[in-house]
Design a protein around this ligand. Structure first.
Ligand SMILES: [Zn+2]
Length: 252
């Protein structure tokens, strides 16, 4: 149904690099890490928007945050880069599902997040729904069933009228102070991809500061957390990007 780990390398579109990084790193691996770092940061940013604007959410906040990833990705990147990014973050869910199955772990149906494979299909569907003519091949390649494909354009329209409108409303019109402030920890688990991911985060924050100007501030902290995670803390108005989650995007 979806790509296997071996196919990942073949299908990774290394030519669509988003940020230029150190040349000793494998371009395909870095492209994948970069895409997942960005998707993770966008997801957490959605939680910050929901908390700080604040935004009404009629449904599961985790699903709303995943939807935001697709909307902002398509707004920021060319089709080829957006496709690579969507594929990489969807693939990570497919892979997580595969690993859990191998280990005999039951799907966490009680969790606040949708199941990994649901997150996979939601991303593929929402991206496809952004241009159903041009992205037909993408939907087919990544196994989107026809039954779901039918509603993807509508789902995407709804995503645009909700999240797209939020982004339109906070576009930066004039110079002003940064609304995202980075606090970087120097310990990076000694992994060069993790170090490179810091550059991705730093550059993306600069981009977000330049492009948007909401009337609140968010802190982004990169640190070792002893867990593969990224999270938003409402009481501190802070996004934590754990070095461990970045490392989990590096597959052997
Ligand atoms: Zn979340």
């Amino acid at each position: 149904m979806f790509a296997t780990a071996t196919d990942a390398k073949k299908q990774s579109k290394g030519g669509n690099r988003i940020v230029v990084l150190e040349q000793d790193l494998d371009a395909e691996v870095m492209t994948y890490v970069e895409a997942n770092v960005l998707a993770t940061m966008y997801h957490e940013l959605a939680h910050a928007f929901i908390d700080l604007m604040p935004l009404p959410v009629f449904g599961r906040e985790e699903d709303a945050a995943d939807t935001f990833v697709v909307v902002i990705t398509d707004a920021f990147f060319s089709d080829s880069a957006a496709e690579q990014l969507t594929w990489a973050s969807a693939y990570q869910y497919a892979r997580d599902a595969e690993e859990a199955e191998k280990k005999g772990v039951e799907p966490a149906v009680w969790d606040a997040h949708s199941l990994d494979l649901q997150r996979y299909y939601n991303l593929i569907c929402l991206y496809y729904g952004g241009d159903v003519e041009a992205r037909k091949g993408f939907a087919k390649e990544f196994g989107l069933p026809d039954d779901r494909a039918e509603t993807c354009e509508e789902e995407r329209d709804l995503a645009e009228s909700s999240w797209g409108a939020v982004l339109d409303g906070i576009e930066r019109m004039q110079n002003g102070p940064d609304w995202i402030v980075l606090d970087e920890d120097i310990d990076t688990l000694g992994n060069s991809y993790v170090i490179a991911a810091h550059t991705v985060i730093r550059e993306e924050i600069a981009h977000l500061n330049k492009r948007f100007a909401p009337d609140f501030r968010v802190k982004v902290v990169i640190e070792n957390c002893n867990q593969e995670n990224a999270f938003y803390s409402p009481s501190e108005e802070k996004i934590t990007m754990c070095n461990e989650i970045v490392r989990s995007f590096i597959h052997d």
